[in-house]
Design a binder for this molecule. Sequence first.
Ligand code: SF4
Length: 69
Amino acid sequence: MSGTLKVRVDPNKCQGNARCKSLAPELFELDEWGYAHEIGDGTVPAGLEDKAWLAQANCPEIAITIDEE
Ligand code: SF4
């Protein structure tokens, strides 16, 4: 059984191309310089798990990690 997912952006790796936000706007937002961070505490609401994995797979900087709780 899989638990709740949590996304996290490593600010040291993110280069701010916003791919995560365009793929999963419910999970990521950009700061005023265009760098991404997870919305809230990163908890992925039910039904958005696929978007979380998609965003992680498409981050060119490998800046997104997903923890399963
Ligand atoms: S896709 Fe990756 S590098 Fe691009 S803004 Fe999102 S976290 Fe940053």
